[in-house]
Design a protein around this ligand. Structure first.
Ligand code: HEM
Length: 481
């Protein structure tokens, strides 16, 4: 049966088929090395829609962003959640939610995501501000104004990880900070290194030591332990209460669900924060404009940044930081490489334009790869160049981008699309803004000379924000304004 599956030939009405010469892996190795270049070269040869065999799956790539709406809007024949519902439980170690054993749980989990948005975002943002201040104050703001050196990724990771953790899960009973944060963070990095393999459904038992690390990470969220924490977000509280309603969900299963949210909330945010900071630090002219914008928003609100007091930016003030927002969006454009996946539920014809449709087989994956759009010179002039104000026009957010003379509905997609769009995107944007605001208000920063430009590690291609290939040494000191 297996060999028949890989002997597939192209049928009438189907897109061009590319298989590679290793039956199971197909084109997986080439894809993993340089997904963007790989897809661009096939696009040149086969046009804007083609099917590739990657790690045993037939994936049809829709490369033209003008066609994205036809896939994103598509109804019952394309399932948005099938892929993640299969892969996430295996990766994070909880029982499949859709198995029938947990009636209603899927819907409730989806509903819990509203607690990351709307009015609830005000509370989360307020709490994040306090937690960021706490970590900055205790770890970085004491000790005079002499120059100090740090590794930039390490710095972003240690601040954002702990502040996000405290905001999501709350603080321990008798102190403000959890013990064991450094170990937890390091264990998550080890787990994260194996993440691409787990998502490719390599059984965890083959990945040396990974199961033990995951067990340790999961145990951190044991319900008994969590019940003593306070200031927990409404989001996590509601999920914990939901899990209590299912007798067949064990304590470790509940903990595994909470662990999955830890990964979701920092796995992309930390590298996104790194790139946002990195591009600003290596573009001092952009950094100066963004810093002045933060000062001016505080000034308009009648607050001068007093570096001897806690700094507090409200959600409303964060919303007004347009240059900061544009600079973050620009770094997301350059660093995100997520793949949007839908699974065909039956053999059918997918309409792509008025006069055009393609035949799709049951079980095939339809995929959008927004990095190709983000790097398209027709949409973004000099796409490899960082332009911090690319998303601003006439003092307002710029939202019109074109291809073939037509305005694009989708032009920036680091957070996915349609019904699987990241529910944490507003919170993520706010926390990155808060982090950078504090950074720019408190510190002078520069990259230590003699380092080569930072490049991207491609191993997470398809899975989210790319990591830097190496860390970057910076010098920083307290500003004396
Ligand atoms: C899903 C990106 C931050 C929670 C996703 C997806 C993407 C994404 C692309 C969709 C995956 C798919 O298509 O199936 C990002 C990026 C972030 C970020 C780039 C930071 C810059 C966050 C934060 C949280 C979060 C801070 C939580 C506090 C989630 C959850 C899902 C998700 C729970 C799964 C949604 C579902 O199952 O429908 N994220 N994310 N994310 N994200 Fe984020």
């Amino acid at each position: 049966l297996l060999s028949m599956r890989f002997r597939r030939t192209r049928r009438d009405g189907e897109p061009p088929l590319i298989k590679g010469w290793i039956p199971f892996l197909g084109k997986a190795l080439e894809f993993a090395k340089n997904a963007h270049g790989f897809l661009a070269s096939y696009k040149k040869k086969h046009g804007d829609v083609f099917t590739v065999l990657i790690a045993g799956k037939y994936i049809t790539f829709i490369m033209n962003p003008l066609l994205y709406p036809y896939v994103i809007k598509h109804g019952k024949q394309l399932d948005f959640h099938e892929f993640s519902d299969q892969v996430a439980p295996m990766t994070f170690g909880y029982p499949p939610v859709r198995s029938g054993k947990f009636p209603g749980m899927c819907e409730h989990i989806q509903k819990s995501f509203r607690l990351l948005q709307g009015e609830n975002l005000d509370r989360l943002t307020e709490s994040m501000m306090g937690n960021l201040m706490l970590v900055f104050q205790q770890d970085y703001l004491s000790g005079g104004s002499q120059w100090r050196t740090e590794s930039m990724y390490q710095f972003c990771n240690s601040v954002m990880f702990e502040a996000t953790f405290l905001t999501m899960y709350g603080k321990p009973a008798h102190t403000n900070r959890h013990s064991g944060m450094v170990t937890l963070r390091e264990d998550l990095v080890k787990f994260d290194n194996m993440f691409p393999l787990l998502i490719a459904r390599i059984p965890i038992f083959f990945l040396r030591g990974t199961k033990a690390i995951r067990d340790k990470l999961i145990n951190y969220f044991h319900p008994k332990k969590m019940s003593s924490w306070s200031n927990t977000s409404g989001f996590i509280k509601e999920r914990a209460a939901l899990f209590e309603q299912y007798d067949c969900l064990g304590d470790i299963d509940k903990a595994a669900h909470h662990f999955a949210i830890l990964w979701a909330s920092v796995g992309n945010t930390v590298p996104a924060t790194f790139w946002a900071m990195y591009y600003l630090v290596i573009h001092p002219e952009a950094l100066a404009v963004v810093r002045e914008e933060i000062h001016s928003v505080l000034r308009v609100s009648g607050i001068e940044a007093d570096l001897n007091k806690d700094i507090f930016l409200t959600r409303e003030q964060l919303d007004r930081l347009l240059y900061l927002e544009s600079s973050i969006n620009e770094s997301l454009r350059l660093s995100s490489a997520s793949m949007n996946i839908r699974v065909a539920q039956e053999d059918f014809s997918l309409r792509l334009e008025r006069e055009r449709s393609i035949k799709v087989r049951k079980g095939d994956i339809i995929s959008l790869y927004p990095q190709s759009m983000h790097m398209d010179p027709e949409i973004y002039e000099n796409p490899e160049v960082y332009k911090f104000d690319r998303y601003i026009e006439d003092g307002k957010e710029k939202t019109d981008f074109y291809k073939d003379g037509q305005r694009l509905k989708y032009y920036r997609m680091p957070f996915g699309s349609g019904s699987t769009k990241c529910p944490g995107r507003y919170f993520a944007m706010n926390e990155i803004k808060q982090f950078l605001s504090l950074l720019l208000l408190y510190f002078d920063m520069e990259v230590v000379e003699g380092q080569t430009a930072c490049t991207q590690d491609p191993s997470r291609a398809g899975l989210g924000i790319l990591l830097p290939a190496t860390d970057v040494k910076i010098r920083y000191r307290l500003r004396r304004e």
